[in-house]
Ligand binder design. Structure first.
Ligand SMILES: Nc1ncnc2c1ncn2[C@@H]1O[C@H](COP(=O)(O)OP(=O)(O)OP(=O)(O)O)[C@@H](O)[C@H]1O
Length: 354
């Protein structure tokens, strides 16, 4: 399906060979028309990088409109947007945001994205409306998208901005990873460890090594993902609100979101909490790859489904008490449910394919 915008006029300016064939180049007039002149009623929200509006564009046949998300950046330097567009242009994954086009008109820097109608994971967690299975499915898909970025795209991409606000939900409640403003590509020539001058990201989700001296790697995203795993269990963003580390002094199990508490099968829980602990390890090299995380979460989903068959009314009781303190690298498991975890990733692949 080829899509066109209202008016279909082009703004004059430079030539952008990398993505000009991939994305539509909109004029400012197109953007104004699409958003009703950036009308406040069309404002979806304000983020760290700009304002997001709901816009409408017209299919090429002129018969119908479709919704888009129009981000009007505060940053006036085209290079900042260009990096994001060039990066997204290389990516093709069902759980990664798609760009429709862009506008670069004097000081106006705009990216037009696919519109995602169901808000963010953050909003859904706050509303307490997601079932345990749905939370786990969302995390599994996000893990797959991150594995794609780290290991399956042309070169390793570190997202650096993983948080529940950047996980959006489409019409079918499938998660879509967005927020690529800080993403970096790692080339074979990139020095390792990679160190950035500025510490950036969202407080509470930034890996300790990045906070310490700017070091980043794919394992920094794994750490942020571990925080998200705990948050889907708790149904809230404790880290962001407190800004301190004492949130993990009591067992994770004590804070399970009451909306899902009795619905988590103990076998499934053991897999989830084990992988969350490992994602949150202080030393990056001790954290798992996103490939392993994806497999473990698929396994957790399988265990939950199997348990639900024999116990259709749920009402499970979790006996374990797990204390995690990533910053001191202390991980204690006081009492665990008896469950034998496949140790090896290849054993796990066999279990899942069998
Ligand atoms: N493509 C989209 N479709 C629909 N809603 C979106 C889309 N992208 C973001 N949103 C929503 O718009 C709001 C603002 O998003 P935006 O990306 O501008 O900021 P943010 O993610 O809150 O912060 P930051 O810019 O620091 O990442 C959020 O509430 C988010 O849920």
């Amino acid at each position: 399906m080829f899509l066109d915008c209202f008016g279909n006029t082009n703004s004059s300016g430079r030539h952008f060979p990398v993505f000009e064939n991939a994305y539509h180049r909109f004029s400012l007039a197109d953007m104004r028309k699409s958003t009703n002149n950036f009308h406040k009623k069309r404002l979806i929200g304000r983020g760290g990088y700009g304002e997001l509006y709901k816009g409408y564009l017209q299919h090429i046949d002129g018969a119908s409109d479709y919704a888009v998300a129009v981000k009007r950046f505060k940053v006036k330097r085209w290079e900042v947007l260009k990096t994001e567009i060039e990066l997204l242009c290389q990516l093709r994954h069902r759980n990664i945001i798609s760009v429709v086009g862009f506008c670069n008109h004097r000081k106006e820097k705009i990216i037009v994205y696919q519109y995602l109608s169901n808000g963010s994971l953050y909003q859904k967690l706050v509303a307490g409306k997601l079932s345990w299975i749905k939370r786990l499915e969302i995390c599994t898909s996000v893990a797959r998208a991150l594995n794609y970025l780290h290991a399956e795209s042309q070169c390793t991409i570190i997202h650096r901005y993983i948080n529940p606000r950047n996980i959006l939900l489409d019409d079918n409640m499938q998660p879509i990873l967005a927020g690529f403003e800080l993403a970096v590509q790692v080339f074979p020539s990139t020095p390792k460890p990679m160190q950035l001058k500025n510490v950036e990201g969202t407080i509470g989700y930034i890996a300790p090594e990045h906070l310490k001296d700017g070091t980043i790697s794919d394992k920094s995203d794994v750490y942020s993902f571990g925080v998200i795993l705990l948050e889907v269990v708790w149904g809230r963003t404790i880290f962001y609100m407190t800004g301190s580390e004492n949130y993990l002094e009591k067992p994770v199990e004590e804070d399970i979101d009451p909306n899902i508490k009795g619905n988590i099968a103990p076998g499934c829980w053991q897999v989830v909490i084990d992988i969350a602990q490992r994602c949150l390890k202080h030393e990056p090299e001790e954290r798992p790859t996103m490939h392993e995380v994806d497999l473990r979460l698929q396994h957790a989903l399988l265990l939950q489904a199997q348990a639900d068959i024999s116990n259709p009314f749920g009402d499970y009781i979790i006996m374990s008490n797990t204390i995690i303190n990533p910053h001191e690298n202390i991980i204690k498991k006081v009492e665990t449910d008896s469950y034998c975890m496949p140790e090896d990733v290849s054993d796990l692949e066999d279990t899942l394919s069998g």
